[in-house]
Design a protein. Structure first.
Length: 321
């Protein structure tokens, strides 16, 4: 896509996810489990329309993981296990042994990720989930950027035979893609071409990266934007390709701790001898702190994730070059 114009959509990624499950149930056999937060994960749509395929596990995330694995074994159907990202961490060990280790066909889908969680505050704003789930063997990790990609990603992980962790989102999402886009697990996508700096973003941060790149263009700075919605397995080939055509450096953008998330994954790839990349990298994200209660947009600005902060990171690279 060349210089897209993002707009606010009248729904959240979690609502898109829940409604997509209802649509997919017409074509596929699968089950959904939830830890008593169906209204917050979007799967209330599925629960209300298909109660015979929905299992309420209560406020027991460890049981959620084990029950989901057991249902997959008993029925041979894929299972979507849904809860808040922070609560999912309570079941991390059970997911490790019951889902990831035996490679069960279970998709852990979490809402309330990062500062996007907003007014619920630090206790519900999970800022370390990407780090934890990417470190788990056999686990695919995905963070779609808009409603169109969420719909496609939900069907893609349903068709994928194995464990997946996927982020949704609480606040209103922005339109990045149209019907010409095709999501594929493990593939990044260049949403805006550029040559001076490459911005690699995931989730809602793709929108902010595009806004920053469009504003920088008016200042004669050419910024490429890459949507890296699959954090694991990351698209090594694409990163190698864009590294060869980037002048000053890379900026990563994520609604997550800058330690262990997308920025770390990109840095690991670019630091390998095979990449041939000797360019610097700046991380835009949450700087190893907890958040607080507030509006998502206010928090994004306060914690250094908003458009002006992305532009500043790019400008620092260009100035240093």
């Amino acid at each position: 896509m060349a210089n897209p114009t993002p707009i606010v959509e009248s729904t959240s990624l979690r609502e898109v996810f829940g409604k997509t499950l209802v649509d997919l149930a017409l074509k596929y056999e699968f089950l959904v489990t939830d830890a008593d937060v169906a209204g917050g994960t979007g799967v209330h749509h599925f629960r209300d329309k298909l109660p015979d395929r929905f299992y309420q596990c209560g406020i027991a995330e460890q049981s959620l993981m084990c029950i989901s694995a057991g249902l997959n074994i008993a029925t041979d159907m894929p299972v979507f296990a849904t809860t808040f990202a922070t609560f999912a961490m309570r079941g991390w060990e059970q997911a490790r042994l019951s889902i990831a280790y035996p490679e069960r066909n279970v998709k852990i889908v979490a809402s309330h990720c990062g500062l996007d969680t907003g007014e619920d505050g630090a206790s519900a704003q999970e800022v370390s989930d990407l780090a934890c789930w990417t470190a788990m063997p056999n686990m695919v990790v995905i963070s779609p950027c808009d409603a169109y990609e969420m719909r496609q990603a939900t069907e893609a992980i349903l068709q994928y035979d194995g464990p997946v962790y996927m982020r949704t989102g609480r606040s209103l999402c922005r339109k990045v893609y149209d019907s010409n886009y095709q999501f594929e697990i493990g593939r990044g996508h260049i949403v805006k071409e550029g040559r001076d700096v490459t911005i690699v973003a995931c989730g809602k941060m793709v929108y902010y990266a595009l806004q920053a790149a469009n504003e920088l263009e008016e200042e004669a700075v050419s910024a490429r934007v890459v949507n890296m919605s699959t954090i694991k397995p990351i698209d090594v080939g694409l990163l190698f390709d864009v590294a060869e055509n980037t002048t000053y450096g890379f900026v990563t953008c994520e609604d997550h701790n800058i330690i262990g998330g997308l920025g770390s994954a990109v840095a690991e790839v670019l630091a390998t001898k095979m990449s041939g990349c000797i360019l610097p990298l700046e991380k835009v994200g949450i700087k190893d702190v907890f958040g607080e209660s507030g509006g998502p947009e206010e928090l994004m600005d306060k914690y250094g994730l908003s458009v002006p902060h992305i532009k500043q990171a790019v400008e620092r690279l260009v100035a240093g070059g």
